[in-house]
Design a protein around this ligand. Structure first.
Ligand code: DPP
Ligand code: ZN
Length: 858
């Protein structure tokens, strides 16, 4: 495997000022003619040699400045075309054949349900034509797409259509994109699609046509994406002063897609799961996801497209920043407190484990083998937290000035994470030198806090330490902003100094620091409010302090975190055999009752507070990992809580019932709480649970209710579960995204026997190894289901499946392969068995999968 290193970065020898592409699509073979205007790069060392990337291209002809190149006048091997003796400027014309019909890896040009589409980030364009496939080569693209008129009436590419014509049964359209862009933002679509059209008038009065395309049967599922797009466009004008810059903005929904969505200039291509939404077929969580992904890709038009990355090590420059932007957007559109807790929950439960395991890497990695493997939670979610810390360090106003400077200064350029921080530094006058370590240092910092009361002084001592990560044993102290308050017995924040300040932000810079407050009474520290830094906070809270935080803290994150600590403490005692589930439930009940009583204030927040940590999260606290013990502790506590609060769960299950469908945040929160209550009711084996679930299942107002009921029936093996599964599959067999849920519900039933169901699901006629969404719906769900996954049968099935996926789609295989990352935590028997199987897969794995498995196998 070839390792690419940040320290080896060299600017390209030649630039490509313009690209003329002609893509001639015919059954079986597509012919791509490209004309590149090359110019020696004034920023690079003088050289007359240039490399162009090209994967699997069949050369028909190559010509330099009109002269045909004979074999021997160029070299094409190992994915590289090398030309020497180039003049200062030259025109390279290449004609190549590709076979999109056979492309199951879904990078470059491929077919999805009868339409042609592309995915070029990170390195897909080299599967289409010869090109310096790197983000620091920005070119003006002019693209002509040709195809059969009847079967592919719609021919799209980036920018504006400038010409079109017909030739017998075929037709063509030429698109011009006036904005220079790297080739990873290139896109093309040829198909027969329905369109939802609308318009948007920008702040400066320009009219933009908005066109969302999907298969004809899905035309009724585009309204939510359209509304979300318009909200995002307005929000970016108001919040960042950024306007849209082309006359047309298009989104195309495709059912075969490796990622969630792709921000190609003017022509986004989306996984159907991130754009289609209808209350009958899409859950509330699905609606929220569509809103945030549509916004995310739209925001990339500035943070990513107008200002792009110099190299792929800088990926977080656009992704971390854009995730931060979409999180803030969603917070403005919905409940900000709930949004923050959801984002933190996701980070803590998914990015932290990545950062603490064999795949740990810095937000700006120093090296990689396959860049596709670095579209990670660390680059995205931790990257967003790093931008968020800068936002808070500068304050909203200065941050806006800094982003204005960033966009103005670097418009049309490919830049680095350091360029971004430079703007923060310049505007604020702050020294961000130490802060930059967040980009280069991997691992989750652990912040241990101790308190001391002595007379009229309360002091807090903070010790920070980042455990070693692969390849990085030596860790430096980071800048850690800690927002805090001190709560009195009644839960009110006390004055922290003689000005009456009741909340402050401490900026930690050293390994150990102590802060004193003139506070004489007993207090409960409310630490890391708003999750002000992505660290693990250790503080030896007493149970009554956690109850105070949960009951009174005004900070949503601190309330949630207190609940998590209470649950983990109870669960840990059950795992280690030091407690009884009934006793733990009795201790928790009064605190949870208070949460339930206040649920009317914000049902979504109540649901978050009442949700137990997952088995995966619990397992991560115990080494060696014994998944059966974890599973049993989890089931016991849930059952005991189900019983201890059964009157409450019953009344929530029945009283939150709505009579008509509403899609606002309040209604969604109520549905979330209701589904949770029903789940607890069933866990406590209440005799009414099955009846309520069946009634809901049979007459649902929307998919959130229907799926929620199905999940309770199936996960608790209630009477009626089998029938419900059958009815559901019959009702929704034509709706791929709903069927994904059907697969996933079954693969996520906790318990060893689920492996058998998973084996059957893989044989189901509707299972398709070539559709990433379907593969994820089964294998992704199994991976998140530790008691089923961590069995001999689970390992055997998982590794077999991994090899099958790898032969078709290495990117997806590598992603799923990450599920093995807890290998080193397993007890030795399981570890040995799993290791042998993984080794077997790794011996024949693609470079993508092999990079992941080799790191895990160590
Ligand atoms: N499509 C992916 C995203 O938007 C990669 N850019 O994050
Ligand atoms: Zn993105």
């Amino acid at each position: 495997a070839v390792t690419t290193r940040l320290s080896d970065y060299q600017p390209p020898a030649y630039l490509v000022d313009s690209v003329n592409l002609d893509v001639d699509i015919r059954d079986g073979v597509t012919t791509v003619t490209s004309e590149l205007a090359l110019r020696r790069n004034p920023e690079a060392a003088v050289s007359d040699t240039m490399s162009f990337n090209g994967e699997g291209l069949v050369i028909r002809s190559l010509a330099l400045d009109g002269k045909v190149l004979e074999e021997g006048e160029y070299r094409y091997e190992n994915g590289e075309l090398r030309l020497s003796g180039l003049p200062e400027q030259a025109t390279l014309i290449s004609v190549v054949d590709i076979e999109p019909e056979k492309n199951t890896a879904l990078e470059g040009l491929y077919m999805s349900n009868g339409m042609y589409c592309t995915q070029c980030e990170a390195q897909g364009f080299r599967h289409i034509t010869f090109f310096p496939d790197r983000p620091d080569v920005l070119s003006r693209f002019c693209t002509t797409v040709r195809a059969d008129k009847k079967r592919y009436p719609l021919l799209l590419s980036n920018g504006n259509p400038v010409e079109q014509g017909e030739e017998g049964e075929r037709h063509w359209v030429t698109w011009e994109d006036p904005f220079p862009k790297p080739c990873y933002l290139f896109a093309l679509v040829a198909g027969n699609l329905a369109c939802l059209e609308d318009r948007f008038v920008t702040a400066s009065g320009r009219e933009v046509a908005l066109r969302l395309y999907a298969e004809h049967r899905d035309l009724d599922k585009l309204d939510h994406a359209m509304a979300s797009l318009k909200h995002a466009m307005r929000w970016d004008e108001q919040t960042y002063g950024r306007e849209y810059d082309l006359d047309i903005y298009m989104i195309v929904a495709v059912s075969h897609f490796n990622m969630g969505a792709m921000e190609n200039k003017g022509l986004n291509i989306f996984n159907t799961s991130c754009v289609l939404a209808h209350p009958a077929t899409t859950t509330d969580a699905g609606f929220q996801r569509v809103e945030s992904v549509v916004a995310h890709e739209y925001f990339h038009n500035w943070s990513g497209n107008r200002v792009t990355c110099r190299d792929w090590f800088q990926l977080s420059l656009k992704e971390g920043f854009t995730v931060f932007r979409d999180q803030m957007f969603s917070a403005d559109m919905n409940s900000a407190a709930v949004q923050r807790v959801n984002d933190v929950d996701f980070l803590v439960n998914h990015q932290f484990p990545e950062d603490q395991g064999p795949m740990a890497h810095p937000v700006r990695p120093a090296e990689y083998q396959k860049i596709d493997n670095f579209y990670t939670l660390t680059i995205y979610e931790k990257g967003a937290e790093i931008v968020r810390m800068q936002y808070h360090l500068l304050g909203a106003e200065s941050f806006r000035k800094a982003t204005d400077l960033y966009f103005d200064r670097f418009d049309g350029q490919a830049v680095t994470c350091d360029d971004f921080v430079d703007c923060m530094e310049e505007v604020s006058g702050m020294d961000m030198g130490q802060f930059r370590r967040w980009y280069s240092q991997a691992g989750t910092p652990i912040l241990s806090v101790t308190s001391e009361q002595s007379g009229d002084t309360y002091s807090l001592t903070f010790r920070q330490q980042t455990p070693p990560t692969p390849g990085q044993s030596d860790k430096q102290p980071l800048v850690i902003p800690v927002r805090l308050a001190l709560l009195d017995k009644a839960g009110e924040p006390v004055a922290l100094d003689d000005t009456g300040l009741r909340e402050t932000v401490l900026i930690l810079r050293e390994q150990e620091q102590t802060f004193q407050f003139p506070v004489g009474q007993t207090v409960t520290p409310s630490l890391l409010r708003g999750f002000s830094a992505p660290v693990v906070l250790e503080f030896d809270y007493r149970a009554d302090q956690l109850a105070t935080l949960l009951a009174h803290d005004t900070d949503g994150y601190c309330r949630w975190s207190a609940a998590q600590r209470l649950y983990f403490a109870a669960l840990d005692r059950l795992v280690t055999g030091h407690g009884k589930a009934e006793d733990e439930a009795l201790k928790l009940a009064p605190v949870l009752e208070q949460v339930i009583e206040r649920a009317g204030e914000d049902a979504a927040q109540a649901a978050l507070l009442l949700t137990l940590p997952t088995e995966v999260a619990l397992g991560d606290r115990h080494t060696p990992l014994d998944p059966s013990a974890i599973h049993s502790a989890h089931q016991q506590l849930k059952r005991a809580l189900g019983r201890a609060l059964q009157a409450q769960w019953l009344s929530l299950s029945e009283n939150l019932l709505a009579t008509e469908l509403q899609m606002d945040g309040v209604a969604m929160g109520r549905r979330q709480l209701r589904n949770l209550a029903l789940d607890y009711l069933a866990a406590g084996e209440h005799k009414e649970a099955a009846r309520i679930a069946v009634e809901l299942f049979e007459l649902p107002l929307c998919m959130t209710e229907e799926l929620g009921a199905l999940r309770v029936l199936v996960h608790h093996r209630l009477p009626g579960a089998e029938l419900a599964l059958k009815q559901f599959a019959e009702k929704w067999k034509e709706e791929a995204l709903v069927m994904d849920q059907w697969f996933s519900v079954q693969a996520s039933v906790p318990g060893e026997t689920t492996v058998e169901s998973v084996a059957a699901l893989l044989e189901h006629p509707a299972f398709d190894w070539k559709v990433p969404n379907r593969v994820r719906s089964v294998l992704g769900a199994l991976a998140g289901n530790p008691s089923a996954f961590n069995t001999d049968e689970g390992y055997a099935l998982f590794t077999r499946a991994l090899a099958t996926v790898d032969a078709l789609n290495p990117q997806i295989a590598a992603r799923i392969g990450n599920a093995a990352a807890r290998l080193h935590k397993l007890e030795s028997g399981r570890q040995r068995a799993f290791r042998t199987l993984l080794q077997g897969v790794n011996d024949k794995a693609s470079p993508n999968l092999s990079e992941v498995l080799s790191r895990i196998l160590g």
